[in-house]
Structure formats: structure tokens, C-alpha cells
Design a binder for this molecule. Structure first.
Ligand code: CAO
Length: 412
């Protein structure tokens, strides 16, 4: 079966996480992703957070599957010549260097267009044009500058970053959308174009409900936030604790036996109130004027969840999940990474995949979360540093003696 992006060649200049997460998706869809890496060192993440000495880290292997690796010194004269040939041969070029790095190598957008007018040139940077445009940016910087940190956590605590890599992998997914749109437009225009995603913008896009709340705040307190009615609202959207962005009251509630992840998130919907109260043995509250309506419950939501928690602590999160789902009450257990790694249903769907690596043996990685019925993903291991250098150079027309010369000169 052919793959959705079969025939599309990607010149992958990315490193760390944001860019590699984008090219990872393109590779899963069948594009030939050629990862260009600094000779002798490669993507910095190959060495970061290593669990086995001298073996590519899981950080690297989990972001670079299904790609080919070519080592190339772009700053050497022969390296620039090879890079030019790669630009001629590829459809999409992706990079997430610090601002200006490719320009400094001599490959400005104008120069790239001269070499290949059909090239789609996609970049991730920390910020768009403005005061911070030249800054280097990592995940948590983007979370802080994109509105996530100021609105995450509890009122009593400091701004909080989230474990979900919304700055890096979140930007990567945005970049993929731009690249695919540009590929489609190229079908009609015949021309490539620039695709740019600023990590700050991507995080803000994911935090749009908080920008919504900033405007609602002008008209009074945000009633679904835990600060209502007992706390205070300042000029900016406060941290929401466990409150949802959709306005449906919800809370993380403790379960038995009381371990660090023995919790379940329970949502109270108006239509589920009566059932929920019957399940927890509080039929007296079903029609009680202070509790029966969403408006009536708002002033004492905290007490409300406390009552429900009195029941959840007597059961495990799986038991609560089973009982509440049977009554169509939305809820979800807090799952630890251990539970997710071992979950057979995630293995069956390909959300978690085990692959073989020549140096580290088998390792777990995520599968493609986007399922296409005509383009199934086979998750492959990440390449060793420079594993495909000679193979790719031969495809570009270089002879074995050219390759040997480039190797002797430290160009590849
Ligand atoms: N051949 C020769 N030189 C190469 C090369 C190659 N194949 N690949 C990279 N280089 C050079 C670059 O040209 C650059 O050189 P100059 O500084 O002389 O221009 C140098 O290596 C380092 O690149 P960098 O500045 O991008 O790397 P850094 O480690 O200093 O910064 C990061 C890393 C992530 C902060 C920065 O790249 C950045 O801000 N990127 C944009 C935002 C982003 O994607 N952040 C998310 C990262 S994931 O958390």
C-alpha cells in the first residue's frame, strides 16, 4: 500500500524537539525524511538524558523514527555544494535553528528559492517578529510566554508549567498543518512558500479559552473558576486549578488505595446530577433547591466535589470509572506513565509501539496518533548517526571516491 506522502522528500535540518516532532509526523505519513546532522556529534539530543552509556538517548530515538540520517558540515565549501544539491532534490525543508542560523550559512530564503522555486521552507522559532524575535527559546519558555503558565496551577501557588510539550510538539503539529497546506497550494501554483510557526503563537492558540476568559472577566467574575465566590479576581485570568476550559464543573477526586495517582476526574453535567447523587447515596440532594440546578450548585461547587469524593475514596479509580460510565457520567482515571506504558489496549491500537534498535535493543515509543485508512503507519527505529550518508550521496549522483574525499575532509 502506498503512503500519503510517498514521493515527498524532506530536507530535515531540525534538532531537539519542536522541529523533529514535525518531521516525525511527515515520516510516519511516508515522506522520505533526510535528517542532516553535524558530523561526529549529530542532533544534541542523541547525548541528552542518556540511560545507556554511548547509546542514542530515548529523547532522540522517540522523536526521529522512520527518518534517514546524513552527516554534513554545512559550513564547509563542499558541504554547501552538497547541501545545494539536497535543496534541488527535496520538496520540503524544515529547520528550527536559532534565528538567522541558516542565513549565516549562506542559505537565505531568497537563495533557497533561486535553487528550487518549488521548495516549501518551514521554520519554528520562539517568537514572531518583534522585541523577542532573536531570542533562543525552549519548551518552558514558550509555555510561560504563550499564556499557559500564568493560567495553570492553583491560586495559592506560582505559575506552573505542564508536562505536555505544548511548546515543542505543539508547535511541531502546527508546522505540519502549514507544510501540508503549502504542498496542496503548490499543486495549483507550482511554487513553494515559507511556513513559519512561532512557539509563543502555538501555545497561545492552544490557550485560546484563556484569552476568551480574559475578555469575559471585564463583565464580572468567572463563575466556573475555583476563586468564585470565595476568592478574588484581579485584572488577569487566574489559575484555574482543576476547572475545565469548557465551563462544565469538573474535579480530580481521590480514590482508594490512596497512591500518588489514585485519582479520577469527574464532570458534573446537568443531566447527570440526579444519577450521580443516587450513585453516591445522596438522593436527598437530587431535588434540593440549593443543589438541583447548575446555578444553585455554583456557589458551593467545592463542597459538591467533596461529597462525591467521600464516595470515590471508597473505590479504586477503575471501579469508579466502571460505575460512573455505566451511568453515562463523564470521568477519566489519572493514569501514570507506568500504566500507560503497560496498557495492552494502547499497544493494540499502535498508540504505544515497541521497536528494535541495533544498539539499545527494544524500546517503547509513541505511534502515529493520526490514523489514515489508506496510509497505515509502520513505526521504525531512529537512524544511527550518519547511517545513510553514503546511500543518500549516491542518490544525489556522488561517486564512491567523491564520498571518500568528503569523508577525509571532515565534510560528512
Ligand atoms: N553544519 C554546520 N553547522 C551547523 C549544522 C550543520 N549541519 N547544524 C547546525 N549548525 C550550526 C548552526 O548553523 C549554528 O551556528 P551559528 O550559531 O554559527 O549560526 C549552530 O550550529 C547552533 O545552532 P543553534 O543556535 O540553533 O543551536 P543552540 O543549541 O545554540 O540553540 C535552540 C538551540 C533550540 C535554543 C535554538 O536552536 C532555537 O531557539 N531554535 C528555535 C526555537 C526552537 O525550536 N526551540 C525548541 C527547541 S526544543 O526545546
Amino acid at each position: 500500500m502506498t503512503k500519503a506522502l510517498e514521493g515527498i522528500r524532506v530536507l530535515d535540518m531540525t534538532h531537539v524537539q519542536s522541529g523533529p516532532s514535525a518531521t516525525q509526523i511527515l515520516a510516519w505519513f511516508g515522506a522520505d525524511v533526510i535528517k542532516v546532522e553535524v558530523p561526529g556529534r549529530g542532533d544534541i539530543t542523541r547525548q541528552q538524558l542518556r540511560d545507556i552509556p554511548d547509546v542514542d538517548s530515548l529523547y532522540f530515538t522517540m522523536l526521529n523514527g522512520n527518518k534517514r540520517s546524513l552527516t554534513l558540515n554545512n559550513k564547509a565549501e563542499q558541504g554547501k555544494e552538497i547541501f545545494t544539491k539536497l535543496i534541488e532534490a527535496c520538496d520540503v525543508m524544515v529547520e528550527n535553528f536559532a534565528p538567522g542560523a541558516l542565513d549565516r550559512m549562506g542559505f537565505t530564503w531568497e537563495r533557497i528559492q533561486e535553487i528550487n522555486p518549488r521548495m516549501i521552507y518551514a521554520s519554528v522559532k520562539g517568537f514572531g517578529p518583534g522585541a523577542y524575535e532573536n531570542c533562543k527559546v525552549y519548551e518552558n519558555v514558550a509555555q510561560c510566554t504563550g499564556g499557559s503558565a500564568s493560567t495553570t496551577g492553583f491560586d495559592s501557588g506560582p505559575p506552573t508549567v505542564t508536562a505536555a510539550q505544548i511548546g515543542d510538539s505543539g508547535s511541531g503539529i502546527h508546522l505540519v498543518a502549514g507544510i501540508l497546506a503549502a504542498l496542496l497550494q503548490r499543486e495549483k501554483s507550482g511554487r513553494g512558500q515559507r511556513v513559519e510557526v512561532a512557539m509563543q503563537d502555538a501555545v497561545l492558540n492552544l490557550c485560546r479559552v484563556k484569552l476568551r476568559d480574559q475578555q469575559r472577566l471585564r463583565h464580572g467574575p468567572l463563575k466556573e473558576y475555583p476563586q468564585y465566590p470565595n476568592g478574588t479576581f484581579g485584572e488577569a485570568v487566574p489559575r484555574a486549578g482543576h476547572a475545565s476550559g469548557g465551563g462544565q464543573p469538573g474535579h480530580v477526586l481521590e480514590c482508594a488505595p490512596g497512591g500518588p495517582n489514585d485519582y479520577i476526574y469527574v464532570i458534573i453535567q446537568p443531566q447527570g446530577w440526579a444519577t450521580l447523587m443516587k450513585v453516591i447515596g445522596r438522593e436527598d440532594l437530587v431535588d434540593h433547591p440549593d443543589w438541583a440546578t447548575p446555578e444553585g450548585r455554583l456557589p458551593h461547587l467545592e463542597t459538591c466535589f467533596h461529597l462525591i469524593e467521600g464516595w470515590t475514596v471508597t473505590k479504586t479509580k477503575s471501579e469508579v470509572m466502571e460505575i460512573l460510565n455505566a451511568h453515562e457520567i463523564p470521568c477519566g482515571p489519572v493514569l501514570s506513565m507506568k500504566e500507560l506504558a503497560e496498557d495492552p489496549s494502547l499497544r493494540a491500537t499502535g498508540a504505544v509501539v515497541e521497536v528494535e534498535h541495533p544498539a539499545r535493543g527494544s524500546y517503547l515509543t509513541v505511534g502515529n496518533p493520526i490514523k489514515l485508512s489508506d496510509s497505515p503507519t509502520e513505526v521504525e527505529r531512529s537512524p544511527l548517526l550518519g547511517e545513510h550518508t553514503a546511500e543518500i550521496l549516491r542518490e544525489l549522483g556522488y561517486s564512491d571516491s567523491d564520498i571518500a574525499t568528503a569523508q577525509e575532509g571532515g565534510v560528512i
